[in-house]
Design a protein around this ligand. Sequence first.
Ligand code: COA
Length: 172
Amino acid sequence: MGGEEAVSLRLDAPQPPSVPPDGIRILSRRERPDVVEAMYEVYVECDQDVPGSSGPLTLEGWRALDIDRPSRSPDLSFVAFEGDEVVGYAVADLFGDEAHHGFTAVKRAWRRRGIATALKRAQIAAATDLGLKRLATGSEERNLPMRRLNAKLGYRPDPELSVVVLRGPVQE
Ligand SMILES: CC(C)(COP(=O)(O)OP(=O)(O)OC[C@H]1O[C@@H](n2cnc3c(N)ncnc32)[C@H](O)[C@@H]1OP(=O)(O)O)[C@@H](O)C(=O)NCCC(=O)NCCS
């Protein structure tokens, strides 16, 4: 089992804008609340690629976690479209003056084109507009794509967020 590495981005300096790749539009969940089932399809495909995943949640379970829980912010959650097709999404929770990233996912056929980068940059811009101080996230330590992406965007290990990870049998 892998641990989680906690990293954060301090929003005290200007950040580059979100520039989606050609043909891709990034819209917030507030602008497009109508694509929940298409987001679920993205989740089911992408969950298979998350190290340590125990399999996808049902639509109802996923919806409660990724869409409907009270802390989830439609202004900090974004969907990527090619034409009318939903090809990726990134969601986040708002807690006071900071936000925590949730799942970030891009369908396999659209990967390595900068879509996750554009989704996260849209979240960073929205968080900055809301006056937030910090964006935090945890990546499964084996999830190299996500860890590299976060590092590239300027997220750094944050001692304030560190968690204790226990490995092996717990001594009684
Ligand atoms: C992680 C994920 C969202 C990346 O989406 P993406 O649109 O392909 O990402 P980008 O094209 O914006 O990649 C940006 C950078 O991330 C890193 N990266 C992305 N995929 C990578 C891979 N397979 N291997 C190594 N680095 C990778 C690279 O540094 C890349 O920059 P580069 O292409 O210039 O080298 C996608 O692989 C995915 O949906 N994975 C399954 C779900 C998941 O694990 N989500 C994270 C848990 S929250």
